[in-house]
Design a protein around this ligand. Structure first.
Ligand code: CTP
Length: 399
């Protein structure tokens, strides 16, 4: 694995103690590490701790003539291959989102051209606060910035909820995923979740898809080194670390957003979304009032995102999903041929406790001339296995 130059920014939060372990693990993996601390961080951990672990002087101040005489802030910004801010406090996120340069760490973030990974850690109420979320959305729109985490769980203050910093080994995996891994440098677009097709301003037609399989695949592809865009229908899941999530509502939105993401450059397209096949022919401008005893709805076919993208002259490697209740192999391979796919992942949704809206799944993957079954297993493990299998076929297709 290529050794990289990691600039670790530590901001004020109790999770700063975990960053000491992160430095140790990054060093052990062969990376060079330099640490910049904010004033808030110094209240939790001393610079000496990070100096001892990184073997490099720790920088804490922008206006320190002695430190600037060594490696100045601009050189520091140029030195880094990757900036990781862990923990990133609500205050730091707000300052970064505004493009401020009022201390050394924000100034380095302004001056660097390296990717910046923001690893939030804060109380769950601070994370859920509307102003924090607005800042997070701003960072999400910034192509230089990736958001890693936070996780759900028990917090130092006794609360439980979103806001826990990712564990050091997970952060290390994400750092390494960017430089090695089976999908290193590949651009992957994934669709996930259900779509909602409006009937009137308050009602819609949809399905029970939870989006879990697509989100697990996005996370596994990211960890395998890919740059991942996730076009997601409405789901109740946290965005996977380091993934560019683009929310959509209807099947038509999904086609538009997915096509746009493929236009930006795409090596691999995976369609896990449970797209509504039909939408109401018209969406009433006002709420439909009840009148007669029965009501007939007129539905029209929705566009097929997967078939459209697989049919492009510049089509990426395409992988579809097929939910079947019988004759799985025949229906799935027929679907693969009809939609011109490179691979199809079939799941038998008639099996109890598997597939739709559940934690576990069992799938059979088909490609021209072969097939392999995975599971039953957790969706996370299936996703990891699927990514390895897809990467292998993608590698063969591009050689
Ligand atoms: N798909 C899509 N856009 C649609 C419909 C489906 O991108 N409008 C994708 C799904 O994300 C999935 C695959 O196509 O990857 C499923 O194909 P589909 O023909 O819808 O199969 P099923 O959902 O299994 O349903 P059916 O058997 O009714 O065809």
């Amino acid at each position: 694995m290529a050794a990289r130059r990691i600039l670790l920014g530590v901001t004020g939060g109790i999770a700063a103690y975990k960053s000491a372990e992160l430095v140790r693990q990054l060093k052990k993996a062969g990376h060079e590490v330099r640490v910049v601390m904010t004033r808030g961080a110094e209240a939790f951990v001393t610079p000496l701790t990070f100096q001892a672990l990184s073997g490099e002087p720790v920088r804490t101040s922008l206006l320190d003539p002695e430190a600037e005489a060594g490696m100045g802030h601009i050189e520091l910004a140029k030195w880094a291959d990757q900036v990781v801010i862990a923990p990133a406090s609500a205050d730091f996120i707000a300052r970064l989102a505004q493009g401020m340069a009022d201390d050394l760490l924000t100034t380095v973030c302004c001056a660097t051209e390296a990717p910046i990974a923001v690893v939030p850690a804060m109380n769950q109420a601070m994370w859920s606060n509307g102003r924090t979320q607005r800042n997070i959305r701003l960072l999400g729109d910034d192509p230089q910035i990736e958001l890693w985490g936070p996780e759900q769980g028990a917090q130092a203050c006794g609360d439980t909820g979103p806001g826990r910093m990712l564990e050091p080994e997970v952060i290390l995996g994400l750092v390494d995923g960017g430089s090695s891994g089976m999908l290193a440098g590949k651009r992957v677009v994934i669709t996930a979740g259900p779509t909602r097709e409006p009937l009137d301003p308050v009602r819609y037609i949809s399905n029970h898809s939870s989006g879990k399989m697509g989100y697990a695949l996005a996370s596994a592809a990211r960890k395998a080194g890919a740059r991942v865009t996730l076009v997601s229908g409405p789901v109740a899941l946290a965005p996977p670390a380091g993934v560019d999530v683009r929310p959509v509502i209807t099947a038509e939105d999904m086609l538009r957003e997915a096509s746009g993401a493929v236009d930006e450059g795409c090596d691999l397209f995976i369609a896990t979304a449970a797209v509504a096949d039909y939408r109401p022919q018209t969406c009433a401008g006002d709420k439909i009032k009840k009148s007669s005893e029965a009501m007939l709805l007129s539905l029209v076919r929705n566009p097929d995102t997967l078939a459209t993208i697989a049919g492009r002259a510049d089509a990426p490697f395409t992988v579809g999903f097929a939910a079947e209740t019988s004759d799985v192999a025949n229906y799935a391979t027929e679907k693969m041929q009809r939609k011109k796919l490179n691979m199809i992942v079939a799941n038998d949704v008639s099996a109890p406790g598997l597939g739709f809206n559940s934690e576990n799944n069992a799938v059979t993957v088909f490609w021209p001339g072969g097939q392999e079954s995975i599971g039953p297993d957790s969706k996370t493990n299936i996703a990891r296995h699927l990514v390895a299998m897809i990467a292998e076929h993608l590698g063969e297709a591009t050689h």
